[in-house]
Design a binder for this molecule. Structure first.
Ligand code: NDP
Length: 308
């Protein structure tokens, strides 16, 4: 059998889904155009038609801080519906394995660092994204409950900040790296300086979407525990360092002006991936190389990019 046959990937058109297509070309990739997963009947129809043996569940309404706050009810509603429908359709049609993605941003706001998996439910998430965060936390609960009652091998994995080709570059809706790439590139072509929030000192962890894709394939065959597993690259980079690397890659001649009157955010949010490292000898792509690939892709495809 060709690797990937009988594997269904939801969210197949997104950043992670398109990266996965490179390492798992034989799987079936679906987007919202193929099936609206917020609709239980459509979702069940998809599963009955495809008869997948395994599912990688990536579909979600995803966004940056602005979108998460402005549309907090929609983020809760859509993500809860998608997750509920996907896991239930999988259970009813006898799918043997579902691997779903959570996110480190769903951990409690007040938590002991580094983030370890058993702390996920130990307190409320940050108020800016509690709609998305609780919907994702329920995905963990549903996976555990189905394991307990029905014996389903449904697992969840927790990446940190992701970036890569095919990301969303909408400034109202994007994460930190795609937003900085777009701002610096557009400032460069218009011969302007670029203004970025805060002082650039916070440290963050970033994982390249191509690395995540390989990790998902590994987990599908090698992870069957009830507890979520942190899988992100735990190397930290300051926002300032990231901006400077992007500016160099884009050959930006202007000035980066840090708006120190705007919030910088928490200084660090480190996560602990030691559980994952125990089962996988993971080699993450060098950060500079991954950023280079992402910037090159952005420049090649601009302005025909999601979020323009
Ligand atoms: P994208 O926004 O790039 O892609 C989202 C995918 O979900 C698209 O394929 C989209 O389809 C699909 N989708 C959205 N709504 C529906 C719906 N109602 N019915 C069917 N499909 C739908 O997300 P990413 O690739 O960035 O994220 C993948 C996963 O990783 C998500 O679960 C996310 O929560 C998680 N994650 C992401 C992080 C990040 O930094 N991006 C960080 C941590 C976790 P269409 O293209 O048709 O809209």
């Amino acid at each position: 059998m060709i690797r990937g046959e009988n594997i269904l990937v939801t969210g197949g058109s997104g950043m992670v889904g398109t990266a996965l297509q490179q390492v798992l070309p034989g799987a079936v990739y679906v987007s919202s155009r193929d099936c609206d997963l917020t609709d239980p009947k459509e979702t069940l129809r998809l599963f009955k038609y495809q008869e997948p043996e395994k599912v990688i569940h990536l579909a979600a309404r995803v966004g940056g801080v602005l979108a998460n706050t402005k549309y907090i009810g929609d983020f809760y509603n859509e993500n809860t519906s998608i997750n509920l429908n996907v896991l239930e359709a999988a259970r009813v049609t006898g799918v043997s394995k579902v691997l779903s993605l959570l996110s480190t941003c769903i951990y409690p706001d007040e938590v002991e660092y580094p983030l370890t998996e058993e702390q996920i439910h130990n307190g409320p998430p940050h108020e800016s994204n509690y709609g998305y965060a609780y919907a994702k936390r329920m995905l963990d609960i549903q996976s555990r409950a189905y394991r307990q009652q029905y014996g389903c091998d449904y697992v969840t994995a927790v990446p940190n900040n992701l970036f890569g080709e095919n990301d969303n570059f909408d400034l109202q809706n994007s994460h930190v790296i795609p937003a900085m790439i777009r701002k610096i590139y557009e400032a460069s072509v218009n011969n302007r300086d670029v203004y970025l929030w805060g002082d650039g000192s916070p440290l963050r962890e970033f994982t390249y979407s191509g690395d995540l894709a390989s990790i998902l394939v590994f987990l599908l065959d090698n992870y069957s525990e009830e507890c979520p597993i942190n899988i992100g690259n735990t190397e930290e980079h300051s926002i300032k360092e990231v901006a400077e690397i992007i500016a160099e890659l884009i050959k930006f001649d202007g000035k980066i002006i840090w708006q120190t009157d705007m919030p910088s955010g928490q200084h660090r949010k480190p996560s602990d991936n030691s559980k994952f490292r125990e089962i996988c000898d993971v080699r993450y792509t060098d950060f500079g190389q991954a950023l280079t690939k992402t910037c090159e892709w952005f420049i090649m495809n601009y302005p025909n990019i999601r979020g323009m």
